[in-house]
Design a protein around this ligand. Sequence first.
Ligand SMILES: *[C@@H]1O[C@H](CO)[C@@H](O)[C@H](O)[C@H]1NC(C)=O
Ligand SMILES: *[C@@H]1O[C@H](CO)[C@@H](O)[C@H](O)[C@H]1NC(C)=O
Ligand SMILES: *[C@@H]1O[C@H](CO)[C@@H](O)[C@H](O)[C@H]1NC(C)=O
Ligand SMILES: *[C@@H]1O[C@H](CO)[C@@H](O)[C@H](O)[C@H]1NC(C)=O
Ligand SMILES: *[C@@H]1O[C@H](CO)[C@@H](O)[C@H](O)[C@H]1NC(C)=O
Length: 636
Amino acid sequence: MRLLIGLTVAASITRVISSPPYRSAHVLKDRHPVPPKWKKVSRADGEGSMQLMIGLRQGRFKELEDHLYEISDPSHHRYGQHLTAAEVGELIAPTNESLRLVETWLESHGIFDLEYSPTRDWISLHTTISRAERLLETTYHTYHHVEGDVAIRAPEWSLPAHLHEHIDAIHPTNAFFWPSLQPRAVPVERRGFEAAPLGLGVDGLPSYEEVAAIDKKEMGHMDVPSSSDFARPEAITVDEACNKLATSPLCIRTLYGTLNYTPQVPNKTSVALVNYLGQVNNRSDIALFLQRYRPDAFSGAADFRTEIVAAARTVIALEGNLNAETILGLAHPIPLTVYNVGGKPPFQSTVFTTANKNEPYLEWTSHMLSKSDDELPRVISTSYADEEQSVPLWYARRACAGFAALGARGVSLLFASGDEGVGQDDKCFAHDDQERKMFLPVFPASCPYVTAVGGTRHWAPEMAGFDARSGFVTGGGFSNYFPQPKYQRHAVQKYISSLNGMYDGLYNNTGRGYPDISLRAYHFITVWNGTAHILDGTSASSPAAAGIFALVNDALAAQGKPPLGWLNPWIYTGGYRGFKDVTAGSNPGCNTAGFPATKGWDASTGFGTPWFPRLKGLAEENHFRGEYPWYMVQYE
Ligand SMILES: *[C@@H]1O[C@H](CO)[C@@H](O)[C@H](O)[C@H]1NC(C)=O
Ligand SMILES: *[C@@H]1O[C@H](CO)[C@@H](O)[C@H](O)[C@H]1NC(C)=O
Ligand SMILES: *[C@@H]1O[C@H](CO)[C@@H](O)[C@H](O)[C@H]1NC(C)=O
Ligand SMILES: *[C@@H]1O[C@H](CO)[C@@H](O)[C@H](O)[C@H]1NC(C)=O
Ligand SMILES: *[C@@H]1O[C@H](CO)[C@@H](O)[C@H](O)[C@H]1NC(C)=O
């Protein structure tokens, strides 16, 4: 009898019979080694409170990806037709079935009080550590980072078998994220070099001769051609602009051709940067910087907007100031928003809710996706990077999916490509039992939905960036997590064959190659705590690139055209012609010379550095639009 009823029901509503059970045994969902800089200290107190974030599988992510490719492909008739908040929201919302099963599971553990992200793909809840341990059949421990951070984590976690396909992510579990990319401060030997505060009548900045001497010493006997293939404003030469004041806004604007461009409709576009680990900007430092180096942009120091996403403790840091000063120095008066995300919990935190919250990207993308179309910035720069293998795959995938969703809404995301070449010497091993020797790609630069920005130095010609004095070497390589996307296959395969087997086995020749582009990363002047500092790093290149793309978007907006959005398909199918190819130098690391910069795309400098007039022209005319579909493009 029961069987018959079952059959009847099954015949009329097949959904019911294919429904998974509400209960099932736990099965391991993920295990990930604890990154080397974290040490287990003690079992976490079960009574401690914990905020769990549960990332539900996004119901129609594959469709979102298809849309993203179409609207970002210049040869497609939908190019530039970015999706609205509502459209993206629908695509990333979980299915009702996922929601129902996860809610039922939580209720069976006595958890009813749930908060949902606006798109419902994230559930957040407060519970105790012991209850979280039962939910995930795991044990939490306290871990200390060598630099003093504290985290409550569990290197492996499980879920009932029937929930595996409905849950992508749970934080905190085994993601020990410690995003970092401090710009490298250049040691300065001379007294007075950075001692005097600016704006007080004493010039604390290096003189022309001092900077030229540094350059000469580092460049050794290398010949420096004095002309470039690209036209420049008459009034000033790059030599004058870049030597006199090290890397100032004048240098970048001259070197990349934005000096003579005045934003036409600045309020119709926008640019943003993201600070993590509680780093924030100091308006008074930024004001000093602009007063000295870009007086006509002085009001930018007061005008930029700050939005706190989830901050605990804040520190005014070099990093934050460098980013804001660089963008304002280039893109003023295009409105700048600064997002301050997360906080570095105080050392010896006893409050578990801060110790387990150090989570940068998932929370931030969710926050951004909840913004209306008008509020969403058009270009966003993030100068942080972490060794890819230290990030669990589920985390990297889910964060990268968030970046794709932002791309679908027309946002260009720029990330620094790292400052350690192909990896720090003597540290280039897989974190597994075999400890295989390998290059160390960094995330998020390795995500195919972001534009990774490498670094250069010098000019005429520029070369792959490094600085023996600060230890900086521009980062580049190949992902082990994300396969080579179609848009770059041609360019990347051509480069790999040109290597002739060099480094085979040390890098993943089917992985996403980065950086995509590059920009000067050398001797940027930053005002911090009232004094000038000289910094190196792709943390400078990324905001500089953001400033330049913000200007391109301004030119497009002036013609009523949509912003560039996700840049990579555009760059790889023709936009690359707006970049000056960098063919000198390499990115040494892992006790090798690293990937050489070559003609065309390379894993050291990507397609090279922007030349704004040409970039703008290509974007405006888009004369290659419709010329070839991306898979037919041949690189010269
Ligand atoms: C999911 O549930 C919502 C509200 O409960 C309902 O409006 C919607 O139609 C459901 N979607 C599907 C695909 O069943
Ligand atoms: C842009 O907007 C700001 C604030 O609303 C306003 O003060 C400024 O005049 C506007 N700039 C332009 C060029 O329209
Ligand atoms: C290389 O990349 C591919 C594609 O992303 C991936 O499936 C594979 O696991 C990677 N290999 C290694 C050794 O990490
Ligand atoms: C900031 O500068 C003041 C002097 O102007 C100095 O006393 C202080 O130590 C500096 N702070 C840091 C963190 O360097
Ligand atoms: C910003 O820096 C100035 C020195 O340049 C300092 O006097 C001021 O206290 C700082 N502001 C904050 C909020 O730290």
